[in-house]
Ligand binder design. Structure first.
Ligand code: SF4
Length: 330
């Protein structure tokens, strides 16, 4: 059965995340259930504003001040982490779990040479504070992420590198302590297509060689299809469908997943108008708390869809949140 886990690394159990602003509360993510096995490559796919980055940040304990987990729990390697304080989280982050952001410049210190920044990550999580050994490990990791001239790169500042090189620095920093999990939030969106392919090849190789699990946050179905074994489709703060990536993309069942896949431009449709899903993803302020979150954009919407939130329909290899698949709802 698809939702049984043998060797779980990450477990979101009924997690709801709300933003509290100006005495109002807004639901960003609702009743999220997501599992990742050790060493697995899993994707969360959705349009901008669907809640995928908030999900990633909640796992890393990096939610902004106005956002809070109000229900459910997050487990990492069997231990609940959603209640840890910042000191306890700091011990995990950069060691057992690391995150790669879309724009590396926002995460790198522009005033410190890149090699030193990676050294700091080693020294912070090690009882051995030997700086020479840290440098040797950093240079070796820079080679692993594809810098032939690693010694030279060690001594440059972030602004002296291209976007693709900076992203490889971020990957080196994320991997330096052999984490069990890397969370990559749109890691290649700001890069051109050739560099994007290099970065994803590198993450894939490190997963094979070191067994590092990868949680990829993306809107790019093609990229996810090439990399991840399992994917979750997210819409307006809800997981609406999930399953094995190849199977799900070849045979989408939820109307939103179908719409996403139909929207991909293809050579066969060259010259024809592009397909798109009508309407827009509702912002957190616009979300309704009644019925299916996709009802306003769905071509199959029925009366029940506007009144009752659909339950998960669980099959051997798929989970779908839609009234169309619950016989008694139709
Ligand atoms: Fe469409 Fe209804 Fe299914 Fe929602 S529950 S996706 S509105 S058919």
């Amino acid at each position: 059965m698809i939702n049984s886990s043998k060797n779980p690394l990450v477990e979101f159990q009924g997690v709801t995340i709300k933003f509290f602003e100006n005495n109002k509360e807004y639901i960003a993510v609702e009743n999220l259930n997501l599992n990742m096995e050790k060493g697995e490559k899993t994707a969360v796919i959705g349009e901008s504003g669907c809640g995928k980055t908030v999900t990633a940040l909640s796992l890393m304990g990096l939610l902004s001040g106005s956002a809070k987990i109000t229900d459910g729990k997050i487990l990492f390697d069997g231990k609940e982490i959603s209640t840890l304080n910042s000191d306890e989280l700091n011990k995990l982050r950069g060691k057992d779990m690391s995150m790669i952001f879309q724009e590396p410049m926002t995460s790198l210190n522009p005033l410190i040479k890149v090699g030193k920044q990676i050294d700091e990550n080693i020294l912070e999580h090690s009882t051995n504070k030997n700086k020479k050994e840290a440098k040797a490990r950093t240079v070796s990791m820079l080679k692993e992420v594809g810098f032939a001239d690693a010694e030279k790169i060690y001594s440059v500042y972030p602004h002296q590198l291209s976007g693709g090189m900076r992203q490889r620095i971020m990957i080196a920093m994320a991997l330096i302590n052999n984490p069990k999990l890397i969370v990559a939030d749109e890691p290649t969106t700001a890069l051109d297509a050739t560099i994007q392919a290099q970065i994803m090849k590198l993450l894939n190789k490190l997963n094979h060689e070191k067994g590092t699990a990868l949680l990829l946050i993306s809107h790019d179905l093609g990229l996810v299809n090439n990399i991840c074994e399992k994917c979750y489709i997210m819409y307006a703060g809800h997981i609406v469908e999930w399953g094995k990536t190849k199977d799900l993309l070849e045979n989408p069942m939820h109307p939103y997943t179908k719409g996403l896949i139909n929207s991909i431009p293809s050579i066969e449709n060259k010259g024809k108008p592009l397909n798109s899903i009508k309407g827009f993803v509702p912002s957190v302020e616009e979300r309704k708390n009644k019925g299916c979150v996709f009802a306003d954009r769905c071509d199959y919407c029925m009366d029940i869809c506007r009144k009752i939130i659909p339950k998960d329909k669980i099959t051997e290899d798929r989970v779908i949140k839609c009234h169309l698949y619950n016989e008694k709802d139709k």
